[in-house]
Design a protein around this ligand. Structure first.
Ligand SMILES: *[C@@H]1O[C@H](CO)[C@@H](O)[C@H](O)[C@H]1NC(C)=O
Ligand SMILES: *[C@@H]1O[C@H](CO)[C@@H](O)[C@H](O)[C@H]1NC(C)=O
Ligand SMILES: *[C@@H]1O[C@H](CO)[C@@H](O)[C@H](O)[C@H]1NC(C)=O
Ligand SMILES: *[C@@H]1O[C@H](CO)[C@@H](O)[C@H](O)[C@H]1NC(C)=O
Length: 361
């Protein structure tokens, strides 16, 4: 039976009818802008970065996005997100399937629940208030030029809260670090979670979530690794930790962004397509990770004016998901797209991964 939207919101804890100040929880659909082998954060100026990405958001996305001169909110003429004040860009790697004969096929994306019509699936993006009942005005929206990344492409182990390897990580909630949900139905949430690719076929595909850190050093818009100017909360996990506290080194609360993508792995559920070797699964990321701990995502801030700050300062929009922000339909968002710069085969059966990426598992 199909889930109702209000029930879904209640399930993910967004439809709180609490009277105390609880800042905005935003949820929007962002259609795919483009799939391309560029990365203005990690490889600025490079046409043909090591691996291919899926990108959503403002259409000023480019090989170079200088924090001082490139303001996505003024340079973009449209956005693929349903909040029309948001011209930020968000991007992640894309998923491939490896056949027994060592050819590769891109895994199509689907829009997640209630956002099914998003072009090429896109992503569902959340902005959470990470902390319970902060004082109004204490969550700082990002400043122009702000950017960050979460996750480490070269990670081959799950990690604990201090970033040390730990042998096994069993997420207990969707927000608990970088997670994979093996979708029993399209509405499966909070169960069937792993921190690497699910070990068996998933009836409705795989949902991946990437929560960004909710604490900032209050000074730097970026850092050499694009991560050390932000931090996860103290005493929590590397994900969503209600009640956590920002560390003294990163005292400023920022909205917690979470990216959610649904991958239609069902096309490859036939056990005869899976690796013959016991315990192996056939999916991998476009940067070659066939285990899954290296999943990562990138963000370049691009909200118009003080729109995001005003939204988080409001005291009256708890749970309504819109908070007075201007919106467009998913169909209209689908009309905004970028042009691919690196034109190469990414679909059909490929003899090698885009960019010649070497697979590690
Ligand atoms: C990307 O940057 C190039 C070089 O500055 C420019 O010519 C082009 O118009 C930009 N594309 C977009 C979509 O902004
Ligand atoms: C490789 O395997 C896939 C999946 O079974 C199949 O569709 C494809 O045709 C095969 N390619 C070659 C070159 O045999
Ligand atoms: C993480 O693991 C390291 C090494 O095992 C350990 O020293 C550290 O206390 C752990 N951190 C947490 C928060 O559990
Ligand atoms: C989800 O978890 C339940 C309970 O552990 C299990 O019975 C079920 O088979 C799992 N489904 C998938 C698709 O992993």
């Amino acid at each position: 039976m199909r889930m109702r939207y209000v029930d879904f919101l209640a399930m993910v804890g967004l439809a709180t009818a609490r009277r105390e100040y609880r800042p905005a929880s935003l949820k929007m659909s962002c259609s795919q802008l483009v799939r391309d082998r560029i990365d203005p954060l990690v490889n600025p100026g490079v046409l043909g970065t090591p691996h291919i990405h899926q990108i959503v958001g403002g259409n000023s996305f480019n090989t170079t996005m200088d924090p001082l001169t490139h303001d996505p909110a003024t340079l973009s003429t449209c956005t693929t997100c349903t909040f029309t004040d948001d011209f930020s860009n968000y991007w992640t790697a894309i998923m491939y399937f490896r056949a027994r004969n060592n050819t590769y096929h891109r895994v199509p994306q689907l829009g997640s629940l209630f956002h099914e019509s998003a072009r090429e699936g896109g992503m569902t993006i959340y902005y959470f208030p990470q902390f319970i009942n902060p004082k109004p005005g204490t969550i700082k929206a990002f400043a122009p030029g702000f950017r960050m990344r979460v996750g480490h492409p070269d990670r081959v182990h799950p990690v604990n809260e201090s970033g040390h390897p730990r042998p096994e990580h069993k997420p207990t909630a969707l927000y608990d670090g970088i997670t994979y949900t093996c979708l029993e139905t399209e509405g499966t949430r909070f169960t069937n979670l792993t921190s690497s690719f699910p070990p068996h076929p998933c009836p409705s595909g795989i949902l991946t979530t990437l929560p960004f850190p909710p604490c900032w050093d209050g000074k730097n818009l970026d850092s050499p690794d694009h991560q050390s100017h932000v931090s996860f909360a103290e005493g929590g996990t590397v994900g969503y930790t209600q009640g956590g506290k920002c560390p003294a080194s990163h005292p400023v609360m920022i909205p917690q962004i979470m990216l959610e993508t649904r991958w239609d792995t069902t096309l490859f559920n036939d056990p005869d397509l899976w690796p013959e070797e016991q315990g192996k699964q056939p999916f991998l990321w476009s940067f070659g990770d066939g285990v899954g701990y290296g999943h990562h995502g990138d963000y370049v801030f691009g909200w118009r004016g003080d729109s995001l700050q005003r939204t988080f300062d409001r005291v009256d929009c708890s749970g309504d998901q819109i908070c007075g922000l201007p919106v467009q339909t998913i169909e209209r968002a689908n009309g905004c797209f970028g042009e691919r710069r690196v034109v190469e085969g990414v679909d059909g059966w490929l003899g090698e991964m885009p960019g010649g990426v070497v697979v590690r598992d």
